[in-house]
Design a protein around this ligand. Structure first.
Ligand code: AMP
Length: 182
């Protein structure tokens, strides 16, 4: 059974995240995690929880999503003593990649992973990002991980904007866990 976070620790993390209205454009309430990262108590409370939740999950790699998923993903991979793999926006990875397109509010974006990202066969992988909104980014990243024939154990977010229901579509691919439902 995986661990969940108690209400006291949830509050420490939630209180450390700052709301910035109308960023990057009018109507968006941006969840700013820089104030979580510069708060040692909040950052450690979060990382202690993620370490506890996933230490017995038999994971081989953590996949972090560009760019804030790198911060939590790399720290978690180090704690679990396993490898870290970045999924990046198109054009940033230097070796051979596979690519997945996804829809934005206006237009499209693309994410990539190295073809040889997982040296271990049938690797057990956890995807992590800071926040799920529509779920488009995580959905595309999940397809990339599955295309490499890895086993997607769970998709983890620090925050889930529940009202957008991005998690509903993702649940069809793999279990979804969010530390905080917003
Ligand atoms: P989506 O693909 O719609 O689920 O968007 C998720 C990505 O956009 C994540 O990488 C988030 O970091 C970022 N994002 C979307 N909405 C917000 C928000 N309100 N506050 C902070 N980041 C956001």
């Amino acid at each position: 059974m995986r661990t969940f976070l108690n209400d006291e620790d949830k509050k420490i993390i939630l209180d450390s995240i700052r709301d910035i209205p109308d960023f990057p454009k009018p109507g968006i309430m941006f969840k700013d995690i820089t104030t979580l990262l510069n708060n040692a108590k909040a950052y450690q409370t979060l990382m202690n929880h993620l370490e506890k939740r996933y230490k017995e999950a038999n994971l081989d790699y953590i996949v972090g999503l560009d760019a804030r998923g790198f911060i939590f993903g790399a720290a978690l991979a180090d704690r679990l003593k396993i490898g870290f793999v970045p999924v990046r926006k198109k054009g940033k990875l230097p070796s051979a990649t596979i690519c997945e397109k996804y829809e934005l509010e206006y237009g499209f974006d693309e994410v990539e992973i190295h073809l040889d990202a997982f040296p271990k066969e049938n690797a057990n992988v956890l995807i992590i990002d800071d926040l799920i909104a529509t779920g488009g980014t995580a959905y595309a990243a999940s397809k990339l991980v599955l295309d490499t024939k890895a086993n997607l154990v769970e998709i983890c977010f620090i925050m889930n904007l529940k009202f957008l229901k991005g998690d509903v579509r993702l649940e069809k691919i793999a279990p979804v866990y969010s530390v905080l439902d917003i």
